[in-house]
Design a protein around this ligand. Sequence first.
Ligand SMILES: [Zn+2]
Length: 403
Amino acid sequence: MKLIYNTIKLKISCNKSDFKRLEQCNKESAHIWNLCVSKNNEYYQNNKKLLSIKEIRNIAKQEKTNIICAFNKQTIANKLIEAYKAISKARKAGRIDEKYPYKIKNYYPTEWNYNFLFPDYKNNLILLTTTRYIDEKDKKRNGKQIKLKFKTSIPQNIKTLKLIYENNCYYACISYLVEVEEKQVNTQNMASIDLGEIHSIVSVDNNNNQLIITGRKIRSIKQFRNKKLAELKSKMANCKKGSRQYKKYQKALNYIKNKTKQQIHYYLHKLTRLYTNWAIEKGISVVYIGDVTGIEQNTKENHIGNSNIRQKISQWNYGKIINLLQYKLNLEGIRVKLVNEQYSSQICPNCFNLNKPIKRNYNCNNCNSKFHRDIVGAWNILNFNYDNKLELPNNKIKYLRIS
Ligand SMILES: [Zn+2]
């Protein structure tokens, strides 16, 4: 048996005063975030460097709050530090248009960990710790806990609870540990995956099985979303900020965002489930996935000014797909390895010459071989990890789609 993390989103019901306090929590959290951001920016203006991790933590720690406790504040500081680190790394890698956090937030999801939340499994309740306060007699007192009620049972072994607000309701995003049976597929079969936009998952295995799962459905949701958001934004630009009409558009905008986010989430699960089933059927023991994290970077460099391409690629949830694949495949005892995929879509499987594919076909200028363009990337990834002994692709491709 082994332990894995799982997450669940549960709708919260609570009394009116606690509802108000939940809102206050996320407001206070936003205040801490904004304060750290503005102090950091101010420091940068004067000193041309960012505050140290310790200094950011101290700013969060020392700011007085009425509801959220020291732990909540530490978490926000840590999240901000993570964001700075990620962006700093990206900028050092040449992505200079990545910006450090600067936007003022109105709300920020507050997070409690298991030390600061108390589940009551019998009654489906969770009590959240709030900050200590000093009473009239100068004594330190524990703040009144916030009582969350749930309609369904709550999971055991809760690690963290994050408070989020969506469509007029509060939800608890609960991360918890579950025990699963430890499986391990023991075959010599291996596969590789190349992720793409139109053909979401392209995979080949060492028995010359080739699979393409198309993601047109997800793409069409994104196109719909982008179109609607652009329409609403241009309408909003033409009306007075804060007016009734403006708020109406704002509401519609949030609705579209949430709705499409949920749809995409659903289809990403379906997509990765389809692949997992294929891998089980073919008895795959290990899957190599081309690590595409470099893609956005390269695209930005190559197509500076071409915001359309940049938008397309950065909106493609490679990271999410990789996480879901890792999770689902691991549960089935299939190992996942992330590998460098540089040039894999350009190398000719037959003579290893580099060619830039044109349209949907891959034609080699050197040996005149013809291959399906998308298969080439996946084939090369597997071949690198198969001591260059992989049979040439046979162009017999199985197509699957999410519906
Ligand atoms: Zn060739």
